[in-house]
Write a protein that binds this ligand. Structure first.
Ligand code: IPE
Ligand code: IPE
Ligand code: MG
Length: 258
């Protein structure tokens, strides 16, 4: 059997997931429950981002990936979209200095070509300013969609490897993987979605193939160290089998990767 799948090996999993990916959902409902406009929930959500980033650093998480704006979120009312963009700009302007001081590397993934030039410039600068940091990589998925990712990776792969476009070419998972937007990180160990919905909403479709899923009713503005601990408690007792039997994984064939 050829070993060309990232799911062949069970990642070494100490109690703490190496890579946590979160759908930050429920900002609007948090605000509505308080008779506040939805945008107030988004503003409060920024505080939860700050708290969660710190909690992940404290716990020794290496990669934290946050879904901030999906390729489908353009369908929202124009004023909400524009507020979300302004909030994104504000966060980058205000928080990057602190991230830099705290050893956090910031990355933004998604189709940023749709953003206004000022935001694109700010994204480039923020990534450059934190590029030499190693404590934790914080990835913000903005105008990201899992289907967009697979398509852009396929196009990039075929541009680089025209031989793979030929009929019958033996394309493997390992051929495509380097072109995916998050190829710099191991695949997520733990996925968290706040806000009570139990769906993926076009987040990291390829990368979540064997990720442990955790859903909580807590709205995103209420998320932080305490809620993160609950998710980690749930993760700790999971048995990751990657297709094998329980007896097989009891004798670990762990090979650290990345
Ligand atoms: C998540 O909260 C934030 C974004 C999608 C940008 P929502 O705005 O989706 O909040 P709900 O789901 O309507 O409560
Ligand atoms: C998912 O939340 C996207 C982000 C959190 C950025 P949504 O609130 O947009 O998801 P759906 O549309 O309800 O599934
Ligand atoms: Mg929502």
């Amino acid at each position: 059997m050829t070993h060309t799948s990232s799911t062949d090996q069970i990642p070494a999993s100490p109690g703490i997931p190496r890579h946590v990916a979160i759908i930050m959902d429920g900002n609007g409902r948090w605000a509505s429950a308080r008779h506040m406009p939805r945008v107030a929930g988004h503003s409060k959500g920024v505080d939860a981002v700050r708290a969660t980033v710190q909690a992940c650093v404290d716990q020794g998480v290496e990669f934290l990936t946050l879904f901030a704006f999906s390729s489908e979120n353009w369908r929202r009312p124009a004023d909400e979209v524009s507020l979300l963009m302004r909030l994104f700009i504000m966060v980058l302007e205000r928080e990057v200095t602190q991230m830099r001081a705290n050893g956090i590397r910031l990355r933004v993934v998604g189709d940023t070509s749709a953003f206004e030039p000022a935001l694109r410039k700010l994204i480039d600068e923020s990534q450059a300013r934190t590029a030499s940091n190693h404590k934790m990589t914080l990835t913000i998925c903005a105008n990201y969609g899992g289907r967009w990712d697979v398509l852009q990776a396929t196009r990039a792969m075929l541009d680089a490897r025209p031989d793979l476009a030929e009929a019958g070419a033996p394309i493997t998972e390992a051929d495509l993987a380097p072109y995916l937007a998050m190829s710099f990180a191991p695949e997520p160990d733990l996925f968290i979605r706040t806000g009570g919905e139990q769906r993926i909403s076009n987040f990291l479709l390829w990368q979540l193939a064997y990720t442990e899923l955790y859903f909580t009713d807590a709205f995103w503005p209420d998320f932080g160290a305490v809620e993160l601990d609950k998710a980690f408690d749930s993760y700790r007792v999971r048995e990751r089998r990657f297709g094998r039997t329980s007896a097989q994984v009891a004798v670990p064939i762990i090979t650290p990767e990345h």
